[in-house]
Write a protein that binds this ligand. Structure first.
Ligand SMILES: Nc1ncnc2c1ncn2[C@@H]1O[C@H](COP(=O)(O)OP(=O)(O)OP(=O)(O)O)[C@@H](O)[C@H]1O
Ligand SMILES: [Mg+2]
Length: 249
């Protein structure tokens, strides 16, 4: 087995019996109820389900942005649920890319500077060159000096995606990456995500209401009232990388 085969056979992300309770005026509310999952390196996963099912909550926990009430999470075989906030922040900086539904770009920084930010936080050398390359990949070189308010919704989404993958994360999480986009821009963003997935083996975990996007993923997890009710294969199997070796152990 060569190195890339070994990498593929390991878990990129694993969760065991995750629960999340929050307090509300009506008392304690369980918004995530004993969720377990195992995502392989290079896999693409869509999380679907009705509004309020717990999709964003699950994504935030898996990315180490929030902590579960119960359960364990491993990212690249490192248990993040044992870490403190500083430890999780350091792991996030190097292993996780996150695309928020509402982009979360820094308004006082240009497109290029937004993409440079995670590299600078991670202390990377050649941040400017790598950020420029990422901006080119998302087709925004001519907009690199624009501030977020000077960009369209689709352009902001692409900057957010460039910022998420520029650190070459183990897992790229995206919460409704096409939610605010017209069909054509949405397709461009989807193509971009799957190109990253096939070219760099970036593991994708996507929350989406977009059935086209879900169908292109290797697996679709259906959530209902804080639980994963179904784990099924994606519908489309004509992707260029569909024949790749996906080791199951
Ligand atoms: N901090 C909180 N306090 C109380 N309730 C919360 C909190 N965060 C989330 N919830 C509730 O938990 C449930 C799940 O929320 P979540 O944002 O994960 O849903 P979702 O599946 O992403 O929905 P959508 O598709 O609308 O984005 C919702 O009913 C929400 O109101
Ligand atoms: Mg949500």
């Amino acid at each position: 087995m060569n190195t890339s085969e070994i990498k593929k056979s390991k878990s990129a992300l694993k969760a065991l019996q995750l629960s999340k309770q929050v307090s509300s005026p009506e008392g304690t509310l369980t918004i995530l109820d004993h969720v377990s999952l195992d995502v392989r390196h290079g896999e693409s996963i869509a999380i679907v389900g009705a509004s309020g099912a717990g999709k964003s909550t699950l994504l935030g926990l898996l990315a180490g942005l929030d902590v579960p009430s119960e359960g364990k999470i491993w990212l690249d075989d490192v248990e993040i649920t044992e870490m403190d906030e500083d430890g999780r922040a350091a792991l996030r900086a190097n292993n996780v890319g996150f695309v928020f539904q509402s982009f979360h770009l820094v308004s006082s920084l240009t497109a290029l500077e937004n993409v440079m930010l995670p590299l600078e936080l991670a202390g990377a050398a050649h941040a400017a060159e790598a950020a420029l390359e990422a901006i080119r990949t998302v087709g925004l070189e001519r907009r690199k000096g624009h501030y977020p308010h000077q960009l369209s919704g689709g352009e902001k989404q692409r900057v957010a995606i460039a910022r998420a993958f520029v650190v070459e994360p183990t897992v790229l999480f995206a919460d409704e990456p096409t939610g605010n986009l017209d069909n054509r821009t949405g397709d461009t963003v989807i193509d971009l995500l799957f190109r990253l997935n096939s070219e760099t083996q970036t593991t994708l975990v996507l929350v989406t209401h977009d059935l086209n996007l879900a169908a292109r993923c290797d697996r679709v997890l259906h959530m209902e009232a804080g639980r994963i009710e179904k784990d099924s294969p994606g519908a489309t199997k004509d992707r260029a990388d569909s024949g790749r070796d996906r080791t199951i152990d």
